[in-house]
Design a protein around this ligand. Sequence first.
Ligand SMILES: NC(=O)c1ccc[n+]([C@@H]2O[C@H](COP(=O)([O-])OP(=O)(O)OC[C@H]3O[C@@H](n4cnc5c(N)ncnc54)[C@H](OP(=O)(O)O)[C@@H]3O)[C@@H](O)[C@H]2O)c1
Length: 323
Amino acid sequence: MRVIDCPRFGPPSIVSIVDRPIPAPRSGQVLIRVIASTVTTADARIRAMKMPSPAFAVLGRVAIGFRGPRVHVLGTELAGIIHAVADDVTSFSVGDRVVALTGVRFGAHAEFVAMGADRAIVRIPDRLSFEDAVALPFGSNTAIHFLRDLARLQRGERILIIGGTGAVGVAAVQFAHHLGAHVTATARPHNAELVRSLGADATIDHSAVDPLAAARPYDVILDTVGVTTFARARHAMTPTGRFVPVVATFREFRQAFITARGRVIAGVAGDSKTALAEVMSLAEKGALRPVIGHRFDMHQIADAYALVDSGRKLGTAILRIST
Ligand SMILES: NC(=O)c1ccc[n+]([C@@H]2O[C@H](COP(=O)([O-])OP(=O)(O)OC[C@H]3O[C@@H](n4cnc5c(N)ncnc54)[C@H](OP(=O)(O)O)[C@@H]3O)[C@@H](O)[C@H]2O)c1
């Protein structure tokens, strides 16, 4: 089978397509033939070992690898068809359409993936294509975790989403709207209509205006880009407002847990089966819809990484693995 190999940390050109044996499902596992994956900011961070702060880069190398990722095949999410199941697996059958998260184990940039049936694998609702299904989890899991579980965004609250057009941003706009909040999101003019169609009540062109200059105070400011700080954001928040940096450095974690508890909220989104099932359920109801800004074939992986590195990705970048 073909996989995308990342032998060392480096620029987009470091990755290449190589052949590997198709894994055989071990006890408790299913083998998935992958139709589509994604190239996310998580993949790009690991490929380049580019972390939000130098201290995180040290921790990252300890956890991930010193010169390159110990797991050579990146990719955290996939959609495909169950190709084989171990004798002791009863929860899935050959032919099932599924979406799955490999999470920190990576490995989704491959034609076949073997994983435990009890891990984050769920059936794809009939109304979603493979690409639609795989486009949702990364941004949606993050948005749900930060807005509902951490910030406890309430109906009627006013939220500013900085970075409303990235994978996390388009999901955050939709989920904040779903929760009944009044949503303002940043978007360049050519994306403003799209962001409004996702549920934003107002948009701010971040290329022309400082989003924090608005006089209106926000109850929550979600920064999906890492371009502001609590010190700056607090002037645009209500006295009890919460600043929620999705890209947090040690400073934000210190504020969140010591110096500004309750005002700064930081964390890390997970990749559980329950969370994935909830995302698919919300998509089935129409509360979350995929925003696919870009599609790449496997041989275009370097172009996909260059796009993600540019910081100009719109929604999700799909990686087509097979048909
Ligand atoms: N803590 C966690 O658990 C967690 C989970 C997931 C992701 N993350 C992090 O969250 C970050 C965002 O991820 P993502 O996948 O959503 O990124 P992304 O898709 O690459 O975001 C790109 C978008 O950001 C917009 N943008 C760039 N600079 C901006 C600025 N100065 N102001 C407003 N918008 C700007 C771009 O719009 P324009 O092109 O129009 O400028 C583009 O649409 C990443 O750093 C990722 O590592 C953290």
